[in-house]
Design a binder for this molecule. Structure first.
Ligand SMILES: [Zn+2]
Length: 206
């Protein structure tokens, strides 16, 4: 598997920082192991060094229909969520289901990757909030809980809310210093994702 990762190192800020910490030659698997362990032990020091003004990590779904609506929402002030645009101020982790991907037993194999990435962005970017956006008509809910749940709006919303609340609970153990908020975006009559509601409220990001 490590054969896949012997190309030039990634040039993004996160990877550059990790490379700067002497992890570049260990290969991707080594990087994952080392970063998860070291970041868990030393996040406070790295946070104190962060000066980018970064505010949050966005957790959202892979669904192509939701990417632009969520980006638009992040990039403007939203009462109860963020007081100013978060453009350029947030990191992002995306996998199927958003909160459902992080919690549902069907996706258990993904969990530690999510938490390791959250630890990385906490250390490297000094973010203060985990901001979750789930959405209606999410295929991941069908995979995790069955199409009957996905097709019943009340059950569908409950599945997302339960996962968001469980994620908030687990955050208290994993990254207790982080604030948390979770949102749900539903489709309007034109099938556009424009109807936003709170799944789990948290402090507004200044
Ligand atoms: Zn989805």
């Amino acid at each position: 598997m490590t054969e896949l990762f012997r190309g030039p190192p990634c040039a993004c800020a996160t990877c550059s920082d990790l490379i700067g910490q002497g992890l570049a030659r260990r290969g991707f698997l080594g990087l994952l192991t080392a970063s998860a362990a070291s970041l868990a032990l030393a996040p406070v020091t790295a946070r104190a060094q962060s000066s980018g003004g970064y505010k949050a990590m966005l957790l959202s779904c892979v669904d192509p229909r939701t990417q632009a609506p969520i980006a638009d929402w992040m990039n403007k002030p939203v009462p109860q969520s963020h007081a100013t645009s978060l453009l350029g101020k947030y990191s992002q982790f995306t996998f199927a289901g958003g909160a459902v991907g992080a919690i549902a037993p069907a996706f258990a194999a993904w969990r530690e990757t999510f938490w390791a990435n959250l630890a990385a962005t906490v250390s490297l970017h000094g973010i203060g909030t985990l901001l979750v956006v789930d959405h209606s008509d999410c295929g991941a809910v069908g995979i995790a809980y069955g199409d009957a749940v996905k097709k019943d709006p009340r059950q569908e919303l409950a599945a997302h809310r339960n996962c968001a609340l469980e994620l908030r609970q687990q955050l208290l153990t994993r990254q207790p210093q982080l604030a948390f908020q979770a949102w749900y975006v539903d489709r309007d009559a034109d099938r556009n994702f424009t109807k936003w509601q709170v799944l789990a409220g948290g402090p507004e990001i200044p």
